[in-house]
Design a protein around this ligand. Structure first.
Ligand SMILES: Nc1nc2c(ncn2[C@@H]2O[C@H](COP(=O)(O)OP(=O)(O)O)[C@@H](O)[C@H]2O)c(=O)[nH]1
Ligand SMILES: [Mg+2]
Length: 350
């Protein structure tokens, strides 16, 4: 399998050995079975961690094998999603958060999820420069995931990658995603606590409402707090969230990420949200709901795949002929088809 070489070592930013080309040993490592890679990653081996993330990103058919090896290791990390429009300051805020979490002694993993190629966007180049202050710190692991044009697949890949970083023992795992569409918002919502970033300025708040961003926000962050209009935006958002019918009201935090201002408060708001989730049972409820979604998705995909493949595709065609000939009704035909499909077969990996 070629996942490691396809992704390129350059993708694993923060790794001291990132400039090397794939060595034979590395290619051999890519062939390792998931259980060995997971055991090594759980033991702190960053190369194994990078290999696992490459496999997750490039080889969905290995998800099952990897997921099975991860079971029992994941679940300990606090996950934080950061979303917002391009340029609002997500990467700058992530960098500041990483610094704050490191000061507190936490190990931090970061997934930067970009719908475009990480090599073409200028923003990611900027990320790389800013994030480089954490390069060589064994308590920090930063990785970008690109969608290759399939955002639905990206959400699934991000869920697996989160699980990998969680199992690898990071106390906090941060996911940065551009909040420009439902698929990206879904990715941010994979986290326990979702932070929505806005910048001061007329119309930003309205755009966020339109994009459905406010609904997913557990914490609203007004970044670029050093700019004119920040106090006004904080006041507008506070008023707006006050009108939210029922449910929890998100905290509104003013931050100037480039100056490091408001970051400690943001860390505290994220921690407070997490404490509240745990105390109310909401954390378990969300995790159960996410697991149910994932199982349902896998089951439906497996069902659809089976219906499209032999022998069920032929059976479907035969039943269709019976229905058209008036020899069967579509409901009983569907029942017969389901009865055939529901034989004990493993759910395929991809
Ligand atoms: N004035 C000001 N500029 C900021 C702040 N945070 C980020 N920026 C700038 O906004 C631009 C985009 O930041 P970036 O973190 O790449 O945004 P992203 O696209 O949301 O990840 C960069 O030029 C940052 O230096 C801030 O708090 N104040
Ligand atoms: Mg960014």
């Amino acid at each position: 399998m070629t996942a490691g070489s396809a992704a390129g070592p350059d993708r694993e930013r923060g790794l001291p050995d990132r400039a090397r080309g794939p060595a034979p040993a590395e290619l051999a490592a890519a062939e390792l079975v998931a259980a060995e890679l997971v055991a090594a990653a759980v033991g702190g081996d960053r190369r194994a961690l990078a290999r696992l993330l490459s496999a997750v990103e490039n080889t969905p058919r290995r998800w099952r094998e990897i997921g099975a090896a991860l079971a029992g290791h994941a679940g300990g990390a606090q996950t934080v999603g950061l979303t917002g429009a391009p340029g609002v300051g997500k990467s700058t805020t992530v960098t500041a958060l990483v610094r704050a979490y490191r000061r507190a002694g936490h190990r931090v993993g970061v997934l930067a999820v970009d719908p475009s190629s990480p090599y073409t966007g200028g923003a990611l180049l900027g990320d790389r420069v800013r994030m480089s202050e954490h390069a060589g710190d064994p308590g920090v692991f930063i990785r970008s995931l690109a969608s290759r044009g399939r955002l639905g697949g990206l959400a699934a890949a991000t869920a697996q990658a989160l699980r990998v970083l969680d199992a690898a023992g990071f106390d906090v795992v941060i996911v940065e995603t551009v909040g420009v569409g439902q698929a990206e918002i879904d990715i941010a919502a994979l986290a326990d606590t979702t932070c929505v970033l806005l910048a001061p300025g007329a119309g930003d708040d309205v755009q966020a409402v339109k994009a459905g961003l406010l609904e997913v926000a557990d914490v609203l962050v007004v970044n670029k707090g050093d700019r004119p209009g920040a106090a006004r935006t904080v006041a507008d958002l506070t008023a707006m969230t006050g009108m939210r019918a029922g449910g929890r009201r998100p905290a509104v935090v003013r931050v100037a990420a480039t100056l490091g201002e408001g970051i400690d408060e943001l860390v505290e708001r994220i921690a407070a949200h997490r404490r509240e989730l745990a105390a109310t049972g909401e954390l378990d409820r969300r995790r159960l709901a996410r697991a149910a979604d994932e199982i349902r998705g896998l089951a439906l995909t497996a069902l659809r795949d089976r219906l499209a493949a032999p022998p069920h595709d032929a059976r479907l065609a035969e039943l269709a002929r019976l229905v058209v000939a008036g020899a069967a009704d579509p409901w009983s035909a569907a029942e017969r088809l389901l009865g055939d499909v529901m034989t004990a077969q493993p759910v395929p990996s991809a």
